[in-house]
Design a protein around this ligand. Structure first.
Ligand code: KG4
Ligand code: ZN
Length: 312
């Protein structure tokens, strides 16, 4: 059994997963409410909240169970937030003489597909779309991936969050924009889908286009057109993602990350393997899952392990 720990952004999470990918516990304490009044994650606030939550979240996930190894997100993410998880993982592993798996958060998102009941087998092309990343990945085996394309500016989730903010929705806005869009006309406004060379993505122009649309509308009309704006904006993001997947010429396609929870994206890719909804946004089950395919650092070498803000 593997204990997974995830604290790279604003979710404090712990999970217990078996060697063959069964989820025994999956606890996620979201800090979203805490950051909402700032309109985004405040790194220092996140670190402090992780410190308060990590012990109770671990206790709830473990529920008295013993585990054989510990996995923790060591990169990429907010450095202070990562450090809380890495320190907790080291302390727990050291006290029980267990091995420790440092996990790349992005590999974790891909490994959400390897948990039961989905248990997806490579090879496939994976779209990873979250608040921090938007990547097209070539996955040949479960131990890693090759990056085919990435965003040149904003991530898709960031585009959702910034669009939501312009439309007066709370933070994080992706899910609320998804809900608002359900009652709107996706063809009401024509938002541009950026075409950049190769398999990369770009979302910053889209956000600016929405800003100009919003500014041009008188307040009463803006209120009346919010759902149409949301639906048209969402359609542009989803089209950009789907077009890239199609351009990659991929046979089997999978989608992971917070944006994989988007209802229009899911409906637009009927043949794709989609991460189950509770495993799209950040969680620790996916981190424990990734550890099943990576080397552990033996006791006590991992005491010198560092957290890193970047993926490399
Ligand atoms: O994977 P995740 O939890 O965190 C990162 O690793 O970044 O992704 C969070 C992102 C946020 O930007 C959030 O707005 C977006 O996923 N998101 C959605 C939906 N649910 C979450 N975006 C669009 N539609 C949704 N239903
Ligand atoms: Zn994530």
């Amino acid at each position: 059994m593997i204990l997974g720990i995830e604290t790279s952004c604003d979710e404090t999470a712990a999970a217990v997963v078996t060697e063959d990918g069964e989820i025994l516990a999956n606890v996620v304490a979201s800090q979203a409410d805490l950051h909402a009044r700032f309109g985004g994650v405040v790194p220092e606030v996140a670190s402090r909240r992780h410190l308060e939550l990590i012990a109770p979240v671990l206790a709830e996930a473990l529920d008295g169970r013993g585990v054989d190894a510990i996995a923790v997100t060591s990169r990429p993410g907010l450095i202070g937030a990562l450090l809380v998880g890495v320190s907790a993982a080291k302390a727990l592993a050291w006290s029980k003489r267990l091995p420790l798996h440092p996990v790349n958060h992005l590999h974790g998102h891909v490994a959400s597909l390897y948990l039961k009941p989905l248990d997806l087998q490579p090879p496939f092309t994976c779209l990873l779309a979250s608040g921090g990343h938007t990547m097209l990945l070539d996955v040949q085996d479960r131990s890693g991936y090759r990056v085919l394309g990435t965003t040149l500016d904003d991530a898709a989730g960031e585009a959702f969050d910034k669009g939501a903010r312009l439309l007066g929705l709370g933070y994080p806005g992706g899910r609320e924009l998804d809900r608002l869009a359900a009652g709107g006309d996706p063809h009401a406004y024509d938002f541009p889908v950026a075409r950049v060379p190769g398999l990369d993505f770009s979302f910053s122009g889209l956000k600016t286009a929405l800003l100009y649309r919003v500014r041009a509308l008188p307040p009463a009309e803006l209120e009346a057109r919010r759902a149409d704006l949301a639906a048209s904006y969402q359609r542009a993001i989803v089209r950009a993602l789907v077009e890239r997947l199609e351009a990659s010429g991929a046979g089997r396609v999978a989608v992971v990350g917070g944006v994989a929870a988007n209802s229009e994206l899911r409906a637009s890719l009927p043949g794709a393997a989609l991460a189950p909804l509770p495993l799209c946004t950040d969680n620790a089950a996916m981190i424990a899952s990734a550890a099943r395919y990576t080397e552990a650092v033996p006791y006590p070498q991992y005491l010198s392990l560092d957290a890193r803000a970047t993926a490399a």
